[in-house]
Design a protein around this ligand. Sequence first.
Ligand code: BTN
Length: 322
Amino acid sequence: MKYEVLTMLNHTDKYLSGETISKKLGVSRTAIWKHINSLRNEGYKILSVTNKGYLLEKEHLPLTNYQVLQSYEGKTKLYFFNEVNSTNTKAKEIANDITADKALVYSKIQHQGRGRLGRTFQSNNQAGLWLSYVYKPIIPPEKATIFTLAASVAVCKLLENTCHVDAKIKWPNDIIIKGKKLCGILTEMSCEMDKINYIVVGIGLNVNQLSFDDNIRNIATSLYLETGQKYDRGLLIGGLCYNMDYVYEQIICNKISDIIDEWKKYALPMGQMITIHKGKEQIQATTIDINNSGHLMVKEANGQVNTYQSGEISIRGIMGYS
Ligand code: BTN
């Protein structure tokens, strides 16, 4: 019933009186008032004015399952949390218990977000999207790297189509706008020699942040900072779920080259001079391409052509390849 009240408020830009809502839903005005308060506790901002009624502020929608289900009716099983340490860690726990071949874990706030190569990922706020997809595909473990590339394509499509933002992928999985990071992706896997138990694709997207801590201010950005607009995170998750469903289907149907072609469309151009950080070693190189497994091919300063996997290196640009 609470969500029927919400749906009514959601479908109008005008005040709705308690009487109108109670008549429509066939319950008392006191019951409506209780539902309104319960929705406020979930984070919905609902104005109330005597003799006018209730008005939902649509610019400040909280992240709830209801918001996601407004825009996604697909088969991904949803697991929503108010707070977690890391959605990737939570997703791994859930992966062991479920039989479904795809699920999504998302949380309002993350206290210990994890990044690639053992780094931390700043996400202890309620402004971003912190979420992890769980998949149980029947494909050989060596093909799993495609999930990271596929997820970055899914995010870029969402940014292009829903937010009208021109974002680029920095190999393997950073999504950047004008040299600043908007989104990071962390893929983790549990597997046997010839069988994947599960893959977790964690995505952290900066959405409504107004600013960042000093230590990352020069390298991080948010959708709000780029567009001046606040976004309904539930709506973004819904759109992302459809895009992830699409690329997952491509992976299952072995349409890997289609994903790589799309990835290249969104990627920063190749032929850039970069510094490869491999443990303590630093290697100067020029990017050439990515191969059919999603590994980066580079020509190193000594003329040698080498291929690197995403888990072993990070890269820094010399000429604007941030
Ligand atoms: C990176 O840029 O190094 C990867 C960052 C990945 C962050 C996301 S946020 C949701 C999910 N949970 C985590 O702990 N990490 C990923």
